[in-house]
Ligand binder design. Structure first.
Ligand SMILES: [Fe+2]
Length: 389
């Protein structure tokens, strides 16, 4: 995170004695990235954050196998047809992944247990429903269209308010706003499609009390359940530049050109080996002879994973793709609008249509995506041939 935040009570100086009302010391904890050479926060716990009383290995509930995209093919997965058991963490159905990122879908109305992903940051996109995100830093109320970015190692849980559908983007490192949106010192620049005011962080400590609290921990080695002597949400205050935050896709300010703009104008976040882009409702390109949907293109270094979350995506007309669908257009395959889509959008412009309602979340990966069993179980097998009709 590029800017400083303080929540609750913290001492005037860091690393000095900070005492509870009963005279005991609060326990200071430094959460820091990249060997404490990057963003960090200091948290003050009522109890020791190191006190664990039990550790047990946990077998994953869901299938985590990946298979190569062979024979190479564009794909259409219908998350509308997926059912997932469990909660928004252990019920994630793996759609695609590689060594850099895993992309999963989950739907649940059940609270998750406390969870710490120590492999990388997560960006969880809420497709539908409302959910309270609770963490050592405090809570964030999230709803439809929110990206919730969870830093590596943050102990948290998801508490749905009714049925919630999410796309979980699990990175192998840190997820950040694109570097080119930021000043030398980390402030969002005027040309960026969003800024600090659009990011919602926790605003007050949770101050939870409890004993013998289990926390599911994910590491490269697998899953472990650690039982903490005291509840990890016992923080009375924290400050720093490292914390979870939410950003709503409606707050993305689309950049429109006279003729069609390529995907980098939609970029929202970057992570190691991938980018996240938001395609939002916006005015159509305004050249009198513009074709306001993509030209045929081959993103030679990327696999394009597109999750259609709202509106009408004109370029995929007649392909069977609908809200809830995922398309995967891999490197090695040139893709573009389905037959008739270009003519249809030109006709619509002739009838006075000046805007597009499309809304989609795209993850472009720099290494090929392998396919999860969840994706294969909801695949539309005819999609690859729709351009040849
Ligand atoms: Fe594309």
């Amino acid at each position: 995170m590029p800017y400083y935040r303080v929540v609750g009570e913290v001492p005037r100086k860091r690393h000095v004695q900070y005492r509870r009302p009963d005279g005991g010391l609060y326990a200071e904890e430094l959460m820091g990235e990249e060997g404490f050479s990057s963003d960090s926060s200091l948290l003050y716990h009522r109890h020791l954050p190191t006190a664990i009383v039990k550790a047990e290995a946990v077998t994953p509930v869901t299938e985590t196998r990946l298979t190569p995209n062979l024979p190479l093919s564009p794909r259409h997965f219908r998350t509308q047809d997926l059912t997932s058991a469990g909660d928004l963490v252990n019920g994630r159905v793996l759609l695609a992944g590689n060594n850099d990122v895993r992309l999963s879908y989950a739907t649940s109305d059940r609270p998750s247990e406390l969870y710490r992903n120590s492999m990388g940051d997560e960006c969880v996109y809420v497709q539908r429903g409302r959910v309270r995100f609770e963490s050592t830093y405090g809570a964030i109320e999230a709803g439809e269209g929110d990206y919730v970015v969870v830093p590596t190692g943050t102990i948290h849980r998801w508490v749905p308010q009714g049925q919630v559908n999410v796309l979980a983007i699990e990175a192998s490192g840190h997820i950040r706003p694109p570097r080119r949106y930021l000043s030398q010192y980390g402030q969002f620049l005027e040309h960026a499609p969003y800024c600090e005011r659009d990011l919602r962080g926790p605003s007050e400590p949770l101050l939870a009390e409890g004993e013998e609290v289990p926390v599911l921990v994910r590491t490269r080695g697998g899953l472990t359940r650690l039982v903490y002597r005291h509840h990890p949400f016992d923080v009375v205050g924290w400050d720093g530049c490292l914390y979870p935050y939410a950003f709503n896709i409606d707050d993305f300010e689309p950049i429109v050109k006279k003729t069609h703009a390529p995907p980098p104008v939609h970029q929202t976040f970057e992570g190691p080996g991938f980018v996240v882009c938001s395609f939002c409702p916006r005015p159509l390109d305004y050249h009198p002879e513009a074709i306001p949907i993509p030209y045929n293109h081959h993103n030679v270094d990327s696999d394009e994973f597109m999750f259609y979350v709202g509106g009408d995506y004109s370029a995929r007309r007649g392909s069977g793709i609908d809200v809830g669908s995922v398309s995967l257009h891999p490197a090695g395959f040139t893709h573009g609008p389905q037959p008739g889509a270009v003519e249809a959008v030109i006709d619509a412009m002739g009838r006075g249509v000046t805007t597009t309602s499309e809304m989609a979340v795209m993850v472009d990966t720099f290494r090929p995506l392998d396919l999860g069993q969840g994706a294969l179980s909801c695949e539309d097998p005819g999609y690859a041939w729709t351009w040849a009709r």
